[in-house]
Write a protein that binds this ligand. Sequence first.
Ligand code: 6CS
Length: 314
Amino acid sequence: DTWRYAFEEALDEVQGKFAQKFKEEIEANSDHEVQLFPFGTLGESADIMEQAQSGILQFVDQSPGFTGALIPEAQVFFVPYLLPQDEETLAEFFRTSTAINEMFPPLYEEQGLKLLTMFPEGEVMMTTAEPVTGPADLNEVKFRVMTNPLLVESYQAFGATPTPLPWGEVYGALQTGIIQGQENPAFFIESTKMYEVTDHITRAGHNNFTTAVMANLDFFEGLPEEEQTLINDAIDTAFEYIIEYQEGLTEESLEKIKEAKPSITITTLSEEERQPFMDTAEAVEQEFLEIGGDQAQEILDQLKADLEAVGAES
Ligand code: 6CS
């Protein structure tokens, strides 16, 4: 059979690299063919999700940044300073987390989706028109975020005016000045040339980008067991591949940005400068408990326990 797999990025960006590895594994170990649909070929993130739910697509990569309305618990990834910065610890967290591997799958199943994996895509950085050293600098800044209610809350708490937009509108909105800031991992800022339309990169260490790969539930459950195993094995291989692929990627991407645009500033905030951003975490966490669905408390508690188990400091 031909299996259709759509994702939110280009073929040579992190989600695309993951998808290519998955395809390679499936095709090497079966007679199936995997057809890849990068960003833009089938619409925005919300469109590919609908197509996966309805079974037009067998596989989809959608980040919790866009899944928040569908699965309110998935907003937990936008509590600031929850995830560790250390990449090895973070990868181990994704491998071993009970919240991710056992508690989220039934929530995705309710939406007709088989959650196959979640993986990190790198430290999230702010890019803005003006320098940022504290929340006061975000005052009056229209800051684009993914369409996730808790992410909106968190940027409000950071002092900005959050503006949720689908990805396809971001470059143009920065260019025309409709928005003056956005956040993303360094590789994405580089590959999508967002540095062309912003002048300052700020590392507040407040988050790491999380994404999720799913299959249409009916499709997955209709497969014989050995084919389900084939898929799970290909996912595991692609997970380890994508962790390794990202080693050093953040720093390399920042260097490329600096080369392409020497006037850009790249600032890592000090502990002291981060403090006011960190101080918002508790209120955002409370908000998550309000809007994060029936299982918000259980998911948050388990996630914290999972983080502790891999030695992440909170
Ligand atoms: O900011 C966004 O909307 C996009 N960022 C990344 C890193 N991947 C896909 C997503 O659509």
